[in-house]
Write a protein that binds this ligand. Structure first.
Ligand SMILES: *[C@@H]1O[C@H](CO)[C@@H](O)[C@H](O)[C@H]1NC(C)=O
Ligand SMILES: *[C@@H]1O[C@H](CO)[C@@H](O)[C@H](O)[C@H]1NC(C)=O
Length: 476
């Protein structure tokens, strides 16, 4: 039986890798990308660049790494005295934009990779799809050009864009006026500036199931956590943030809006973990419904500034009922985290329209679900979690397959446990961060040394090691 399930999954993964998995929802609803265009598989950097840039409807499959690094340049800039790139694990600041402060010392020559500062341009009507977790773009980010719409980026990893250098490049940049944008199951790591930024005329987008991995030894605040995570500061931003995994980031995770600009945000079921800094920052004009998120070891779930915005709302209660047909979901904040504060002007929630996510879950289930599903390698491993209203183990075990009817969805519903089982090592011990227990789990329950199996909740136990020495070794 086990073998059949795995074979079925393998078949599903092979066929579905050729097209978008799932359907865009939330503020990115309507995105179809390249639709049914015959897929193209670029084999060189130049080919990739060409396929992305125009407005031809296209499905672009990335089944390998595209490495743009290797050509260095140098330029003037500055370093921070109190958190030095030269001596403390800080970041250099290229150019003079950030060099005004009294804490800044000029540096005549900063060496950086030439690829980072100019991103790959992305035009309209594109599906950019990583295949089997192998689609990696290294050294350059993606920039959705001004006015471009209908772009799906799914299962792609963006990494190593001048991580030690602020203004050395962004991961994903939206140049404004971008609608129908869906960024799903991507991974961002080791970037100089923002993992994701939307600016100028604003965008309408959904970011779901992405991993924002801030582990770095060059950080703006010298704490091994990437600071520049995400900001949406254009005119009228509309973003859905659903089931993303933010970890080891220390700032702007995310930064919502700009004073005096009306923007709408629905941040639901995101998992924030091990953050030496802040998660949400928000500005006047941001109307943000922040619900069903989970925070574990997060210094500051929101900034003081966000706490002062009355439309930054993180309460449970029935303000969601009239628009979503369900109560707003409580967030969960563990005892090692700071406080999540909330404004009380929930009237704007009615203006969010019918933009709920397809499977809202209770905050208590978010950590397990998100860690098992976020990022390129987990694409297609998505289980349908029990709906938020369902609380018993029995209901959860049966409701996932029942909720969907297509063959692909049924296969997908069974795949989460299999994927988790795979992450246990063949030696019979689960690897660091792998699942090692929980209702319905039948993989290895021992962890590889020096990790130990720690119960997070009834659904999920995980191999972790909390000794500070070990955490330093991991770059935390
Ligand atoms: C994208 O595709 C749609 C539907 O085929 C088309 O109407 C639109 O003009 C395309 N966009 C661009 C910028 O070419
Ligand atoms: C964590 O790792 C260290 C070695 O780096 C080990 O000595 C310690 O026992 C481990 N702690 C746990 C809780 O597994």
């Amino acid at each position: 039986m086990r073998f059949e399930i795995i074979a079925l999954l393998a078949a599903a993964a092979t066929s579905s890798a050729q097209s978008v998995i799932g359907t865009a929802y939330g503020y990115g609803a309507g995105a179809t990308g390249g639709g049914d265009a015959t897929p193209v598989t670029p084999t060189t950097n130049a080919e990739l660049e060409k396929y992305l840039a125009d407005d031809t409807k296209r499905v672009i499959l990335l089944n390998r790494e595209f490495d743009f690094t290797g050509t260095t340049m140098s330029g003037a800039g500055c370093d921070k005295t109190t958190c030095s790139a030269q001596s403390n694990g800080g970041q250099y600041y290229l150019g003079d934009l950030s060099c005004g402060g009294s804490d800044m010392t000029s540096v005549s020559s900063i060496t950086y990779d030439a690829a980072g500062p100019t991103a790959l341009k992305v035009g309209s009507n594109k599906s950019i799809l990583g295949v089997g977790g192998k689609g990696v773009i290294k050294g350059k980010g993606l920039s959705i050009v001004k006015g471009a719409s209908n772009v799906i980026i799914q299962g792609v990893e963006l990494t190593t864009i001048n991580p030690g250098i602020v203004w050395g490049g962004d991961g994903l940049d939206m140049q404004g006026g971008n609608t129908k944008i869906w960024v799903d199951h991507c991974k961002f790591s080791l970037v100089g500036r923002m993992f994701v930024v939307s600016h100028y005329d604003g965008a309408e987008a959904t970011l779901s199931n992405n991993e924002f991995d801030g582990v770095t030894d060059t950080s703006a605040t010298c704490n091994d956590n990437h600071y520049w995570t995400m900001m949406m500061i254009g005119k009228t931003e509309k973003f859905t943030l659903d089931k993303n995994y933010f970890h080891h980031v220390s700032g702007r995770a995310p930064k919502l809006g700009q004073d005096g600009v009306d923007s709408y945000f629905h941040a639901i079921n995101n998992y924030f973990e091990e953050m030496k800094g802040h998660a949400f920052d928000a500005y006047t004009g941001a109307r943000a419904l922040v619900e069903g998120n989970a925070f574990v070891a997060v210094d500051q779930p929101n900034t003081q500034h966000a706490a002062g915005i009355s439309t930054f709302v993180s309460n449970g209660g029935n303000a969601c009922s009239s628009v979503f047909g369900r109560a707003c979901l409580e967030n969960s904040v563990d005892s090692s985290s700071g406080k999540l504060s909330s404004g009380s002007s929930s009237g704007f929630i009615a203006q969010l329209g019918n933009l709920d996510v397809p499977n809202p879950i209770e905050a208590s289930k978010v950590a397990a679900y998100v860690k098992a599903n976020a990022g390129p390698s987990k694409l297609g491993a998505s289980s349908s979690p029990a709906p938020a209203a369902t609380t018993t183990a029995a209901a959860s075990a049966t409701s996932a397959p029942a909720a969907k009817t297509t063959t692909a969805a049924a296969a997908a519903a069974t795949s989460a446990p299999a994927a988790l089982t795979e992450s246990a090592s063949s030696a019979g011990a689960a690897k660091l961060y792998a699942q090692c227990g929980g209702l319905g789990f039948n993989g290895a329950t021992e962890c590889e040394a020096p990790a130990t199996c720690v119960k997070m909740n009834d659904w999920y136990s995980q191999c972790i090691n909390s000794s500070s020495k070990f955490r330093r070794a991991l770059g935390r």
